[in-house]
Design a binder for this molecule. Sequence first.
Ligand code: PLP
Length: 390
Amino acid sequence: MRKVYLDNNATTPLLPEVFEAMRPYFFERFGNPSSSHERGQQARAALEQARVQVAELIGARPGEIVFTSGGTEGDNLAIFGVAGPGDHVITSAIEHHAVLNACKRLESLGAPVTYLPVDGQGRVDPGDVRTALRPNTRLISVMMANNETGVVQAVEEIGRIAAEADVWFHTDAVQAAGKIVVNVDQIGCDLLAISGHKLNAPQGTGALFVRAGTTLRAMFQGGPQERGRRAGTENLPGVVGLGRGSALAREWLAVGKGEELGALRDRLERGITQQVERTRVNGGGAPRTPNTSNIVFECVAGGALADALDLEGICVSTGSACSSGSAQPPYVLLAMGLAPELAHASIRFSLGKQTSQDDVAFALERVPTVVTKLRAMSPLWEKGSAKAQT
Ligand code: PLP
């Protein structure tokens, strides 16, 4: 049976070139980058080469890159690294749980947090960031691109506000890096997290950009690795994979593949919204990453649609992978003002570097049929084909 993977915001497949780059570091080139012998030095050289590759992807200097175990650790290191009891933090209601739950923990430790709302397109108003500033505001954490909708925030403007107010600015760029150009100097951020498995590198790898001069408290107590910012022997094969994945992502963007992917996503989106009545794109009016499309199918349970598509060989999601299985409608869509039944009726399609025209054609053939079948079984649809859900 044909399999079409349209859940690349959950995770991406490892590129064969990335695996080939990693392979020697499991075997003949294994070594601890902190060892002084030749094998250790070889490992150190590979680590530093990967640091350059990651820095180049986001326009940073190599010394500003700290390797982590992924986006969650990067977000936590950024937040707990600069904020503590007594500090005020500004974030948004649509952040990933890696940021939201870190902020909740901060609150329980005595650091008040402001959760900014978003508009109907899922955008934070930078004016709200400015208004929320307090004399003790220590950190602003607003994501670059949302995992559910792909909506891209006005991070450059927020970066300017943070700089003027002399407040640290962290942005979670996990869903942006490798899909759109990310440049830490253009953004004006002090901290920026990325994750390997969202850019065709291995799961359990990532990096936090820490601008030179940022005072960061380490989270782990241990050895002096990563210049004291992240203790523990580095995941050498993983780091090498992250470096190679970053270099490939940078080439991919440089040759216009991001725009090509955007055109493919638009074809899928247009096809679905034209063929299937009463569908809408969530955040469709805002700038978005080129791979993501979040669509409401009125009178259809998103979970049932995702399951039915899975049986047809198409992988999609009803919310972030971390929250799937939860009966709650996706909080990101609720924050955008969608009624709970519409948030529940939404599906996320996320394309990747490997997605082909044939994959999209296959999805366009199957999605309308499956939706029609599910609607035929829905009492809401029977009564409601005339009555629009709002
Ligand atoms: N931030 C965002 C926006 C994400 O989408 C994710 C993963 O889905 C994370 C953080 C967490 O990254 P990781 O899975 O590498 O811990």
